[in-house]
Write a protein that binds this ligand. Structure first.
Ligand SMILES: [Fe+2]
Ligand SMILES: [Fe+2]
Length: 295
């Protein structure tokens, strides 16, 4: 049994990420988030781009490989990897394309950020939060690759499609305050997208070991992204959050144009966008009971 922190910390639940908090509470939440990160991730190492606790998690994953038994439509996966999905394909392939294509966005953003920041990667004037957050984003690309590896699917990382590429580049190039706004929009989309990916692992229920492995991997990203939203929310005051409220439904609908796999998995574009508008960390607190299977 692979061990991982199972329960949430109280900092994360109980608030709507689009409503501003009093200044004092913002500070308290940032402190609580940092201690959560230290416990969950262990020691950060900017040279090796590693987090000690997460390395332990991956050692356990690597020591207990899980593989899909039987056929999977590999042709359809590779054929649709570089194009917008317009044909009807097996839901398993939709899920794997969602994982592979979101991996590209993560990888593109994190590599560009690293290139632009150089030796300042992971630096943050107000605490060590960004060191953890930047390193967590590094791990997301590995996690999404590991999901595809369960099916022996390897793929080349090309830059993402049009809007997602422009947006990732705009976020990492934005000055700090503006970046908090744009990044929070991206993190909110990411929360809904990875919730959908986590819930729809039931597509693989006929091989329970595979389903559980994918749940274990995706929830690792999901917890990180919920934390990134909590961070962005605590960093922004009322004006910043007004900007996020105005921008993020538009950004989400553009993201879905490049990544239709996510709305297909969610049961329709409208359904996905409804979840984006209604997103609330408090109403998602059930996700923090990580021993629970997706509903
Ligand atoms: Fe991420
Ligand atoms: Fe994130």
């Amino acid at each position: 049994m692979i061990e991982r922190m199972q329960k949430s910390e109280p900092f994360i639940v109980g608030f709507d990420p689009l409503h501003a908090l009093p200044r004092k509470e913002r500070g308290q939440r940032l402190d609580a988030y940092l201690s959560f990160l230290q416990k969950r991730d262990g020691e950060p190492n900017l040279q090796t781009k590693t987090l000690s606790e997460r390395e332990g998690f991956f050692r356990q994953i690597d020591a207990a490989p899980v593989r899909w038994q039987g056929e999977i439509d590999r042709d359809s996966f590779h054929k649709n990897l570089n194009v917008s999905l317009t044909e009807k394909v097996d839901p398993k392939i939709v899920w794997l394309l969602a994982a592979a294509k979101s991996n590209r966005v993560e990888q593109y953003g994190v590599e560009l950020d690293l290139k632009l920041k150089g030796d300042h990667f992971g630096e943050f004037a107000h605490g060590q939060h960004m060191t953890f957050i930047d390193l967590e984003e590094f791990y997301h690309t590995r996690i999404l690759r590991d999901c595809c590896k369960v099916f022996d699917l390897e793929f080349n990382i090309d830059p993402p499609k049009s809007f997602t590429r422009w947006f990732a580049s705009m976020v990492v190039r934005s000055p700090f305050r503006a970046r908090l706004v744009t990044a929070l929009c991206g993190e909110l989309f990411g929360c809904v997208a990875f919730q959908v990916l986590w819930e729809s692992t039931t597509i693989f229920a006929d091989q329970p070991e595979v389903m559980r492995r994918l749940q274990l991997l995706v929830r690792e990203i999901l917890i990180d992204e919920l934390g990134h939203v909590a961070f962005g929310h605590a960093m922004l005051g009322p004006t910043g959050l007004v900007a996020v409220r105005a921008l993020y439904p538009i950004i989400a609908s553009y993201f879905l144009k490049d990544l239709p796999e996510f709305w297909i998995l969610a049961g329709g574009k409208e359904k996905f966008l409804e979840r984006v508008s209604a997103f609330d960390l408090a109403s998602n607190s059930n996700l923090w009971d990580l021993s629970a299977a997706p509903a």
